[in-house]
Ligand binder design. Structure first.
Ligand SMILES: Cc1ncc(COP(=O)(O)O)c(C=O)c1O
Length: 409
């Protein structure tokens, strides 16, 4: 069990310590929701002002060429690729995670015309399941089969066209073994679409090493791209030429500015684009990505595990028997969050927020604490656990004001 003094020494020796000052974190707040909305890099405001004032205000439409606006999806894709073990020409930054998932699942189903099943983990993020169901409703040849997390590998049989999985479970923080599950799917003749929303920027990912087929992920969580930052899409190079895009917008055309009446897909990855990129959002995401690449994903993972370990240990010592740990104790199976179960989880999270410790709640009973290693200190993990202990000891969560449910939890 670490003492606070031990953690202060860790903070002094932290090779990532300099990054904290590069974020606009309010005084007195311990921000444990970077797994939902990453904190704001200080440089983002200046970069956005530059885009608005100079690129849009002065250079106007010439910015598409002069300031590289048209290249944003591929340029940012190249940066994301370095974080997820992909090559630059296999990733695009565009649209949202759900929309990119629709594209990837459609492509995978098209590649397995003799198979019907989209296999998913029942505990997957609901939007992923809705997208899969929505797709299956439109294809008489397709159906969605849901199984428990632990039954996945055994459920991949020769009816399965594609398996869709989130690498780190959004509620529990459980980390799937990407290489093993991809291998199991391939051995059964199926493809896999990985959702990296809770792993990109939080831990090393090796899509190419695992032989992955498709992947999607968010820009606004650990990548610190800002509210609703664009998402990303990965397609292994070997699949790219086979794709008949389900959303064949003009930017994915071989020659968008030929304004052809007939659609001809671009070579390679670019055919997966639909529309022009959102420029302000892309500019903000680039600031976040550059910080991530500067820090290095291996150093981030080491620190992330130390932070989650500290939090778990202090909570267990200070709140014995009060919570069930929903996150795996085994660090090899843990993402960058700690989730605790308690029937009064919503009110407890609200009481903690009132003390300046921001986490969130996921129904029915999960208190979720994300540990973004880029800007959190080791002492933050300790202090947050102490604040939780205080909320429980004084039963602060019983106050009425902490029980009024807001729309976003
Ligand atoms: C695992 C996972 N997948 C998909 C999404 C949906 O992302 P989007 O709103 O970009 O479609 C989220 C959002 O939090 C998520 O956590």
């Amino acid at each position: 069990m670490p003492s606070r003094a031990d953690l202060e020494s860790l903070d002094r020796a932290d090779p990532l310590a300099r990054f904290r000052d590069l974020f606009a974190l309010p005084e007195g707040v311990i921000y444990l929701d970077g797994n939902s909305l990453g904190a704001q890099p200080r440089q983002t405001a200046a970069r956005l002002a530059e885009v608005v004032e100079r690129e849009w205000g002065r250079d106007l439409i010439t910015s598409w060429n002069r300031n590289g606006w048209i290249d944003y999806p591929a340029r940012l894709g190249g940066k994301v690729a370095r974080l997820i073990g992909a090559d630059a020409d296999e990733v695009l930054v565009c649209d949202t995670t759900s929309i990119n998932l629709f594209k990837a699942l459609t492509a995978a189903l098209d590649q397995r015309p003799d198979r019907r099943v989209i296999l998913a983990d029942r505990a997957n993020f609901p939007s992923d399941l809705y997208i899969a169901e929505g797709l299956a409703r439109r294809r008489p040849d397709a159906t969605v089969r849901l199984v428990e997390e632990t039954e996945l590998a055994g459920a991949i049989d020769d009816s399965v066209a594609v398996v869709t999985l989130t690498q780190v479970n959004y509620k529990t923080g459980y980390l799937h073994d990407m290489a093993a599950l991809t291998r199991a799917a391939h051995e059964a003749g199926a493809l896999v679409v990985w959702d990296l929303a809770h792993s990109a920027g939080a831990l090393p990912i090796d899509l190419n090493g695992a032989g992955a087929d498709y992947a999607v992920g968010c820009g606004y969580k650990y990548l610190n791209g800002g509210p609703c930052a664009p998402a990303f899409l990965y397609v292994a190079r070997r699949h790219q030429a086979k794709i008949d895009p389900p959303l064949p917008g003009w930017l994915g055309h071989a020659e968008p500015f030929a304004f052809d009446t007939d659609y001809r897909p671009a070579e390679g990855m670019r055919r997966n684009l639909c529309s022009m990129p959102s420029i302000l959002a892309s500019a903000a995401l680039e600031v976040g990505l550059d910080l991530m690449l500067d820090a290095g994903i291996y150093a981030l993972r080491t620190k992330s595990l130390a932070l989650t370990e500290t939090f778990i240990r202090v909570v267990e010592r200070r709140c014995p028997g009060l919570f069930d740990l929903a996150t795996p104790r085994d660090p090899a199976r843990r993402g960058s969050q700690v989730s605790l179960r308690h029937p009064e989880g919503y009110a407890i999270v609200q009481a903690l927020i009132a003390r300046g410790v921001i986490g969130d709640f996921r129904a029915p009973d999960i208190l979720r604490f994300g540990f973004a290693p880029l800007y959190l200190r080791h002492t933050d993990a300790f202090d947050a656990a102490e604040a939780l202990a205080a909320v429980m000891e004084r039963e602060e969560w019983r106050e009425d004001r902490f029980r009024q449910r807001a729309l976003v939890t």
